[in-house]
Design a binder for this molecule. Structure first.
Ligand code: PMP
Length: 330
């Protein structure tokens, strides 16, 4: 980054953690990239860093300027913290269904947070369209930047340049499979593209929740979905600019009833206090391991912390109402 500040330098270089239970269950070596250890607390710090770095380099914005984004929350948190370190203001448009914890974090770090009703992408009032229109309507002599994590490929480039080579180096190139869920698709597309350029074949795969269309898109070439999920930040129903052309080999549809027991084990037996998208990622890694067979090495992403979702994830009436399994200790 031009004139780097502390925050952006601290993004990335996260540990790779061996997931004991998933490895024992499958006879594979399964690892999680500990993205929850980024300074803003999620994998989206990487996208935020690269989106802002790209805008500064292209002189679309300078200190004093305004960053606008539509986000489920984590990208907003990353953009706000990187933005604060660069003298930029942030306006964050977020569906009101997203967790209170992410909303209060955004307010606490000084974002101008606008919550809006959750409506599908095809509705012009969807938060993504509202963010774009808001950016277009603003005037700031130092620049207004609509980050557009969905279609701005600086997002996947960040994962291509940082996440993938870090994983490769951490395993000395001994990797057979990579899997993660899709929000923007930046993580999956960027990591997959880099891995496919190495001289060892690596299977790349998406773990997709109910209500998302990526599973059907990868398997059958068109977006189709049904059902719903309590996961946040993932569950895509269009081919974003970041997903276009991504070399993804395989996909698994993973319902909440499958990912939650995996998540409760990660928390209760391995000390990994993670959010639900990490649960689907590890459940997906187990599925991929069973498909590849014992002896393979698989990596997935540990996206963020359960502390971002406590009021939902550890709320017995919320889970029971949806017919979902409770953590055994509650
Ligand atoms: N997990 C969480 C918790 C997220 O917030 C996001 C992004 N919204 C993702 C996973 C998906 O990452 P990506 O946007 O790179 O597909």
């Amino acid at each position: 980054m031009n004139n780097p500040r502390q925050f952006a330098e601290a993004v990335g270089n996260t540990p790779l953690i061996r997931l004991r239970l998933a490895s024992e269950l499958t006879g594979c070596e399964i690892y999680g990239k500990a993205e929850f250890m980024n300074p803003g607390g999620s994998v989206k710090d990487r996208a935020a860093k690269y989106l802002i770095q790209d805008a500064l380099e292209r002189r679309l914005i300078e200190p004093g300027g305004t960053v606008v984004e539509g986000t489920a929350g984590n990208t907003g948190i990353g953009l706000t913290l990187v933005g604060n370190s660069q003298g930029l203001k942030t306006i964050i448009v977020m569906p009101e269904t997203q967790s209170e914890e992410k909303q209060s974090a955004l307010r606490g770090m000084g974002a101008d947070l606008r919550t809006v009703p959750a409506v599908p992408y095809k509705n012009p009032d969807n938060y993504v369209h509202q963010a774009r229109r808001l950016a277009e309507s603003l005037d700031n002599p130092h620049g207004v930047y609509y980050a557009n994590q969905w279609d701005n490929t600086a997002n996947r480039d960040g994962h291509y340049q940082s996440t993938a080579p870090e994983i490769w180096a951490q395993l000395d190139g001994k990797l057979d499979g990579f899997i993660c869920a899709v929000g923007t698709g930046g993580t999956l597309a960027g990591v997959s593209a880099w891995l496919k350029e190495q001289d060892r074949p690596v299977v790349t795969a998406a773990a997709d929740p109910d209500g998302a269309g990526i599973y059907h898109w990868i398997k059958h070439g068109e977006i189709k979905s049904s059902g719903s999920s309590i996961t946040e930040g993932i569950g895509q129903n269009r081919v974003t600019g970041n997903l276009e052309g991504a070399p993804i080999d395989e996909a698994f549809n993973i319902p909440d009833t499958e990912l939650l027991p995996v998540l409760w084990d990660l928390i209760g037996k391995e000390g990994l206090y993670l959010g639900a998208s990490s649960g689907i990622n590890v459940a997906g890694a187990i599925r991929l391991a069973r498909q590849l067979g014992p002896g393979h090495t698989i990596v997935t992403i540990l996206c963020d912390s359960a502390s971002r979702y406590e009021k939902k994830l550890f709320n017995p009436s919320f889970l029971t109402e949806k017919g979902l399994p409770l953590p055994p200790w509650l």
